[in-house]
Design a protein. Structure first.
Length: 295
């Protein structure tokens, strides 16, 4: 069995296990075997800073496709470079399938889709025994070194963008479905993305999350952003959202209270501010920003 397919199986099994732990629905009979597989991989990836970062991101968001992809890349590379680890991985994955009652199946009919320098599709196959084929994952078009480079680049991009809960921290992020939920969660998302977009200079986010903007909003924002000091930009990024309230008086509105550092006075406490938002055109948009008190 190819190493990449084996790594994908391991990632899928552990991702399900971690997600089930989060909602309290783990299968006690299978838990021990999956936990053992998790420990094996965690110990291996934890040997390097890159591997540890990939591991932590995956454990924090086990269901996120990009986190799973990074983990698959990292595990594939480790198994490709160490036959001993590859065999340990084989036995650990086999133990999980056995614990889940899959020992009598010739093939696990579950498709796994991966992407690494081009889409790759493989089947989850039950490992009949023995060691896996120690090849450089022939269906991958990239060698080990290129895999490491890709992993590093993607990891840096992920770290620079904060996390998937704060898409506004990506300077190139598009508006997509930010703030489209008409509930408190949507209003909170728009407020957070607006602050984050202001901190990284993203006119797409700032202008499209503003209720009334001039035609040249993007250019005006860029000019204002260039005048901002690093401390001002950090103040937007580190702003703390305190509360969200929804009102529906014929028009769906929200008030989002947040606090950010007052840079005009050294050592000043956080200044409290408020967003007023309207739900217009299927999205929460900031109508007004006001400062009303100092803590």
């Amino acid at each position: 069995m190819e190493i990449a397919a084996l790594a994908a199986q391991a990632v899928g099994l552990i991702s399900t296990y971690l997600a089930n732990i989060a909602i309290g629905t783990t299968d006690k009979l299978a838990e021990s075997a999956v936990a053992g597989l998790h420990r094996l991989i965690a110990a291996r990836l934890g040997r390097t800073k890159l591997g540890q970062a990939v591991l932590e991101g995956w454990q924090e968001q086990p269901s996120a496709p990009e986190r799973q992809k990074m983990a698959t890349f990292a595990i594939t590379e480790e198994a490709n470079t160490d036959a001993g680890f590859a065999n340990q991985l084989t036995e650990a994955v086999k133990a999980v399938w056995v614990s889940q009652g899959a020992a009598d199946q010739a093939t696990i009919q579950n498709q796994v889709n991966l992407s690494a320098g081009g889409a790759v599709t493989m089947k989850k196959s039950l490992i009949a025994g023995g060691s896996i084929t120690q090849t450089r994952a022939t269906k991958f078009t990239l060698g080990g070194l290129a895999l490491v480079i890709i992993a590093t680049v993607v990891l840096v991009a992920m770290l620079n963008s904060g996390n998937s809960d704060r898409p506004g921290l990506d300077p190139g992020a598009q508006i997509q479905d930010i703030g489209t939920d008409p509930s408190k969660e949507g209003a909170l998302q728009s407020a957070r993305a607006f602050l984050d977009g202001a901190s990284v200079g993203n006119p797409e986010i700032v202008c499209k999350l503003s209720h009334k903007v001039p035609a040249n909003c993007a250019e005006q924002f860029r000019q204002e952003y260039e005048k901002m000091s690093p401390e001002q930009r950090d103040a937007y990024k580190n702003a703390e959202i305190r509360s969200v309230e929804i009102r529906n008086n014929g028009t769906l509105e929200a008030e989002v209270e947040f606090a950010m550092q007052d840079l005009k006075r050294d050592g000043a406490p956080m200044e409290r501010k408020r967003f007023n938002l309207f739900y217009v055109g299927g999205r929460w948009q900031i109508n007004e920003i006001s400062g009303y008190a100092v803590e």
